[in-house]
Design a protein around this ligand. Structure first.
Ligand code: HEM
Length: 395
């Protein structure tokens, strides 16, 4: 292919507020590009909103992480694919029934009923932060504990073990990490949840794990994998979105005022923040099961495909002036939660948590500010889920 930019995947973000410039180059010059990954293997890489939607909606692109053609951007990742990742790695015909078996736990109505509890948690954590010393790290004070407590409550996982599962989840989601560390983190978490599920089998509880056991439709090992997926996906993603959103609103006083003065704007602002940051840019991996044309390019059976959702969400064909954070725009249908049959199962929960946290934070801490220079902040450039490592704030 001529004129194709020389880009290796993954491309680190240099700034939290913009996609890497290579994404635009790719979209303009080679929107379906065969690129080398850091692992040394090649993959088809998509950067247009429409192409990404087409691939994610097409069941001929498999999510099976044990398929030899499945993308492994970093070296050693393929070794970690031996873990069972539950829904996220399933194809038809298994995926649909397995997803329906748990989807009832995450309906909009269920999440609405959970809202007062989340509100209370946010107040309690803000009370503690405001009563404590300045500066505070917003990640540890609010962004990480709130979604962790919520998913623990839903699953029936003791929050007292949060340090254990938070550190290991972070290792699993990091890109550049020694293979053995990744495997150890996975084994630790699986062992922990295996024991937890075994305890619940003897002594049933009224939580997601208990209800799955009561329904009797899922095997022990599959329930352990499902619990692992929900535990990891349920806290790390939302936590990163909370701290990045707070940062964006600190840096955009007009948007911050607009939301504070009119909370009816919050749901729209949350969608826009999800689009703008697309923290799960490097998660939409598939492998083609047939020869399929995408955007005029033939992708052959067995070839890996990476959908760069951050690029898709900054495609000017889909969103006008995509680099601008515009909380008044209609940011749907963005790709931050993916698209098609695997679209995020926890999106109603994530939306509700983000709305409650942002509304309450802006109302209770109207003069929230960074306690360090913006340039000194550190971000998770090497992780599958992007975010700020810490967010020192003052008020
Ligand atoms: C801002 C927060 C979140 C973001 C950006 C996010 C993003 C995503 C994305 C992009 C996918 C699609 C993966 C694919 O197609 O291969 C996904 C799937 C999934 N997410 Fe989320 N997620 C978030 C929060 C959550 C929460 C809170 C939970 C759990 C309670 C959750 C549970 C899941 C599950 C179980 C799947 C797999 C669904 C399936 O394969 O059928 N996510 N998420």
């Amino acid at each position: 292919m001529t004129g194709q930019p020389d880009v290796t995947i993954p491309v680190p973000r240099r700034c939290p507020f913009a996609p890497p410039p290579e994404y635009q180059q790719l979209r303009e010059q080679a929107p379906v590009a065969r690129l080398t990954m850091a692992s040394g293997r090649t993959a088809w890489v998509l950067t247009r909103h429409a192409d990404i939607r087409a691939v994610l909606a097409d069941p001929r692109f498999s999510s099976d992480r044990s398929h030899p053609g499945f993308p492994a951007p970093q070296q050693g990742q393929e070794l970690a694919s031996g873990f069972k990742f539950s829904l996220i790695s399933m194809d038809p015909p298994e995926h649909g029934p397995a997803r329906r078996g748990v989807a009832g736990e995450f309906t909009a109505r269920r999440m609405q009923a959970l809202q007062p509890q989340v509100q209370q948690l946010v107040h309690t954590h803000l009370d503690a932060m405001l009563a404590g010393p300045r500066p505070a790290d917003l990640v540890q004070a609010l962004a990480l504990p709130v979604p962790s407590l919520v998913i623990c409550g839903l699953l029936g996982v003791p929050y007292a073990d949060h340090e254990f599962f938070q550190t290991r989840s972070a290792v699993l989601l990091r890109g550049r990490v020694p293979v053995n560390d990744r495997i150890q983190a996975g084994v630790d978490l699986m062992t922990y949840l295996d024991e937890l599920v075994a305890r619940r089998e003897k002594d049933p509880t009224d939580d997601l794990i208990g209800r799955q056991l009561k329904a009797g439709t899922i095997e022990h090992g599959d329930l352990v994998s499902l619990a692992l997926l929900l535990l990891i996906a349920g806290h790390e993603t939302t936590a990163n979105m909370i701290s990045l959103s707070a940062l964006a609103l600190i840096e955009n006083p007009a948007a911050r005022r607009a939301i504070r003065d009119d909370p009816a704007r919050t749901p729209g602002a949350v969608e826009e923040l999800l689009r703008y940051f697309t923290i799960t840019d490097l998660t939409l991996f598939r492998v083609a099961l047939a020869d399929i044309e995408v955007g005029g390019q033939l992708i052959r059976a067995g070839e890996p495909v990476i959908s760069l959702s951050l690029a898709g969400n900054h495609d000017p064909e889909a969103f006008a002036d995509p680099g601008r954070l515009d909380i008044g725009r209609d940011a749907r249908p963005h790709l931050a939660f993916g698209f098609g049959p695997h679209q995020c199962l926890g999106q109603n929960l994530a939306r509700m948590e983000l709305q409650v946290v942002l509304d309450t934070l802006l109302r209770r801490v109207p003069d929230l500010n960074l306690a360090v220079r913006f340039e000194d902040l550190q971000f998770k450039d090497d992780a599958f889920v992007y975010g700020a490592r810490e967010l020192p704030v003052t008020w």
